[in-house]
Design a protein around this ligand. Structure first.
Ligand code: 4AD
Ligand code: MG
Length: 419
């Protein structure tokens, strides 16, 4: 038996605990060890006169962060942190930690983020780091529960593809025998094409890849994408679905955010004006990161909301698969959702009509011959909409972290391939 109880669930009386030696205090005839597991900490007391010489010696020499097993009696104690302590009878060093530790994890000294990620799994021994990934786990579970309750089916789309999904150049080529292939930038073209089958609500959750050469606090080359697609002929259904989904998931995961039932919505044109009036530098066809931040401030001040939709982006900077507006073909039925001033989803109404889709591809200077999925669009494709949500960005912002890498277990960027 490794343990009789986790630390947070201890009862008074005899217990066996296993965990890491967080701290050690040696007072000569008394030795205190703060033992921690994933649920919490407890003070373990070794009294020289009450344990064997061997036990006392072992406890004295154990290094910080070693994995140990201790047996003893839990007693309430006013002086002990948490109001209880374990009076030890024996200790076993199951696996010692070398000294010195490669990073500081006592929480007393800051280690820089790069170094911390080099030692990610050791860094995760800090409760505030472990909390990030426990919350992510709960949040993702809630997203999935919601989608199932709404009648969506989870499908698993291949991440090895012959099509450059999002257009542009940010894809990783892979050596695939004698063929040209890419790591998928998103499951976009598959999640759309599958709607031809008659299944009318799908989602996919998995890694996608972007060969973004930039070093920023919001870009990864591999991120977890929550991709949704469903049959509808109105974009507002996709906005509403996101409102309900995020309300449910944040609530379920116990993450506190300012989240109204209905999110404020502004057009791209209005968004540019708002950002400009707040001093942001603008780009003609897209929101700059600074403009996004200003819109985040605007949403908070004007609507007490951490969320704001920007809709109707120019076709110029949006992907070919979006439907262009009937009377304003330079614009698309599209949206980005900003959360605390950072884009967390993109989506829109798609072009389901074969000829128009081909036109869009050509308008982007791309070759329709290179898009295998197009052939499915000839056989009764229903109109549809959807979005992709970047999990790491949501967690980063939800916990007010300052870098997407903090919210990514094993971040991949142009420099980093390990751990
Ligand atoms: O805006 P993106 O590129 O849109 C798509 O992939 C579409 N296929 C989605 C759709 O259904 N129309 O990516 C979607 C989201 C972004 O809003 C952002 O949250 C995240 O994925 N994302 C990134 N996260 C981390 N690193 C990157 N390099 C990211 N690129 C996009
Ligand atoms: Mg986007």
């Amino acid at each position: 038996m490794i343990r009789s109880s986790y630390i947070a669930h201890l009862k008074e009386g005899e217990e066996v605990l296993a965990g890491f030696v967080h701290e050690k205090r040696d007072l000569g005839k008394l030795l205190f060890i703060i033992l921690k597991d994933k649920t919490g900490e407890i003070q373990v007391v070794f009294k020289k006169n009450a344990v064997s010489e061997e036990t006392f010696k072992t406890a004295k020499k154990v290094s910080r962060e070693s994995f140990v097993k201790v047996q003893g009696e839990v007693k309430s104690s006013e002086k002990a942190p948490g109001g209880r302590e374990l009076i030890a009878k024996s200790i076993e060093i199951i696996n010692k930690a070398e000294t010195p530790l490669p990073i500081e994890i006592s929480g007393k000294v800051e280690t820089n983020l790069d170094k911390r990620i080099d030692w990610r799994f050791l860094d995760m021994r800090r409760p505030e780091v472990m909390r990030i990934f426990n919350l992510e786990s709960k949040f993702v579970k809630a997203l999935e529960d919601f989608m199932h309750d709404e009648g969506f089916t989870r499908l698993f789309f291949s991440r090895i593809t012959g099509e450059a999904t999002e257009g542009g150049a940010d894809y990783f080529p892979v050596l695939y025998f004698d063929k040209e292939a890419f790591l998928a930038q998103s499951p976009q073209l598959y999640k759309e094409s599958v709607l031809l089958s008659g299944i009318d609500k799908v989602y996919d959750l998995g890694f996608v890849y972007r060969a973004e050469p930039h070093h920023t606090t919001r870009h990864l080359t591999e991120f977890m994408s929550f991709d949704v697609e469903f049959v509808t002929d109105e974009m507002k259904d996709a906005l509403q679905l996101q409102e309900k989904l995020l309300n449910y998931a944040f609530n379920k995961a116990g993450i506190e955010v300012r989240i109204p039932k209905r999110f404020p919505v502004v057009s791209f044109e209005e968004a540019q004006e708002i950002a400009k009036s707040r001093g942001a530098e603008l780009e003609k066809h897209d929101l700059t990161p600074e403009a996004e931040r200003k819109l985040g401030e605007y949403a908070l001040e004007s609507y007490d909301s951490d969320f704001i939709f920007v809709i109707d982006f120019p076709f110029e900077k949006k992907p070919f698969y979006l439907m262009r507006k009937e009377n304003e073909p330079d614009l698309t039925y599209s949206f980005d959702l900003l959360f605390k001033g950072l884009e967390i989803t993109s989506g829109g109404l798609r072009e389901h009509r074969y000829e128009k889709r081909v036109e869009n591809i050509k308008a982007k200077g791309l070759d329709p011959e290179k898009f295998d999925h197009l052939r499915f669009f000839k056989y009764g494709m229903p109109p549809h909409a959807g979005f992709g949500l970047g999990i790491e960005r949501v967690i980063e912002k939800a916990l007010n972290l300052s870098n997407i890498r903090e919210a990514t277990l094993l971040p991949r960027d142009p420099e980093r391939l390990k751990p």
